[in-house]
Unconditional design. Structure first.
Length: 88
């Protein structure tokens, strides 16, 4: 069985210096996370300015959607439900 997409959120417009741990800390204020990650460029290992958080609870994920537009590390975050990755 795959990941529950309703519990996985896309977090965009992140400060490029933000760490995965800082992202985790910000979103754990809503509820416990299953996972948090910032996506990095494979060749440079630098942040691409977005990441994902996954909650154990769909209710926590819905509450976290309210962080859309809130500032984190000097930038207003974009918070949306994650979509399945398109096949290449």
């Amino acid at each position: 069985m795959g990941q529950d997409v309703a519990c996985r959120l896309y977090i965009g417009n992140l400060n490029y210096k933000l760490t995965t741990e800082q992202l985790r800390e910000e979103f754990e204020t809503v509820g416990p996370l299953r996972d948090a990650s910032i996506i990095t460029d494979k060749s440079t290992n630098e942040s691409k300015g977005f990441g994902f958080v996954t909650y154990h609870s769909a209710d926590d994920a819905k509450r976290a959607l309210q962080k859309d537009g809130q500032e984190l590390a000097g930038r207003p975050m974009r918070v949306n439900e994650a979509r399945e990755r398109a096949k290449r």
